[in-house]
Ligand binder design. Structure first.
Ligand SMILES: CSC[C@H]1O[C@H](OP(=O)(O)O)[C@H](O)[C@@H]1O
Ligand SMILES: Nc1ncnc2[nH]cnc12
Length: 291
């Protein structure tokens, strides 16, 4: 099957990659069920890329329903090494205005109903997650975003991931602000954790669409407001993707990040005690550590 080293998970408003050529759609099944939709393989700026709309085409899956394990597994099985998430977020800071871009460097987990590891059934893995996003990929996103004229880009920031699908109460929004969070969204987790377990480089282009509901003099978040601000952001995100595709090196071993070796030393279970079925299931992720 065709392989791509770069995978893009499109969030709200991004359901297809404009300008992708040599397009081929692939339907993939995984040990964790089906991904959100078919994966589109093709080339962006001449570079092979795999594209998956997180909520499915037509936005059919709410944040809790997004099959993140299947999505990350499917991308890994296609040979993807770099995953770029494009995500709509609410701003928790006055200086992050709607339509600004943020490349977050931290995550805070406020989800409640999500499975956040691939590993179960006799395999126990504890990955480091102090730095939840790949610094190399985040750096490339930042560099490419800064090349866009007329776009304000913020370097770093904490993305608080809430469960949804409801938006926050004012009390929650204000508490997030007091705790020093910068943007709020519903989807970076467990995606970032699963990408780490799959030893993929993962980073987010967060597109601010609203001031959530804390800013008394501004309109509170609503689907209409998000959609109105997203269309401008989505075209910026697509230009960043084309630019980053050309910058990504062919050899991950030359990168400074440790994403490619995230499972080294993280598998607690004695390999001789891992059930045969689990060894088979997890071959794609841990085959090289347990054989
Ligand atoms: C349509 S607003 C709420 C929705 O948008 C964001 O999704 P994504 O991260 O996939 O762009 C947010 O996390 C919510 O799922
Ligand atoms: N205010 C908000 N809260 C959660 N997710 C969002 N996505 C876009 N805006 C959001």
């Amino acid at each position: 099957m065709t392989q791509a080293k770069i995978g893009v998970i499109g969030g709200s408003g991004l359901y297809q990659m404009e300008g992708m050529t040599e397009v081929e759609e692939v339907r993939i099944s995984t040990p964790f069920g089906d991904p959100s939709d078919v994966i589109t393989l093709g080339k962006v700026a001449g570079v092979p890329m795999a594209f998956l709309p997180r909520h499915g085409r037509g936005h059919r899956l709410n944040p809790t329903e997004v099959p993140s394990r299947a999505n990350i597994w499917a991308l890994k099985s296609l040979g993807v090494e770099w995953v770029i998430s494009v995500s709509a977020v609410g701003s928790l800071r006055e200086d992050i205005a709607p339509r600004d871009l943020v490349i977050p460097d931290q995550l805070f987990d406020r989800t409640k109903s999500r499975v956040n590891s691939f590993f179960e059934g006799g395999v126990v893995v504890h990955c480091a997650f102090a730095e939840p996003f790949c610094p190399t990929l985040s750096g490339l996103l930042l560099e490419s975003a800064r090349e866009l004229e007329g776009v304000t880009v913020h370097e770093g920031g904490t993305y608080v991931c809430m469960e949804g699908p409801f938006f926050s109460t004012k009390a929650e929004s204000n508490i997030y602000r007091k705790l020093g969070m910068d943007v709020v969204g519903m989807t970076a987790l467990p995606e970032a954790k699963l990408a780490r377990e799959a030893e993929l480089c993962y980073a987010v282009i967060a597109c601010a669409t609203d001031y959530d509901c804390w800013y008394e003099s501004e309109e509170s978040v609503s689907v209409d407001l998000v959609v109105a601000n997203l269309s401008a952001n989505v075209s910026h995100a697509q230009r960043i993707l084309a630019s980053v595709a050309q910058k990504i090196g062919t050899d991950r071993l030359q990168q400074a990040c440790a994403c490619e070796h995230a499972l080294a030393g993280a598998i607690m279970t004695d390999p001789t005690r891992i059930p045969v079925e689990a060894k088979e299931t997890y071959q794609l992720l841990i085959g090289r550590y347990i054989s």
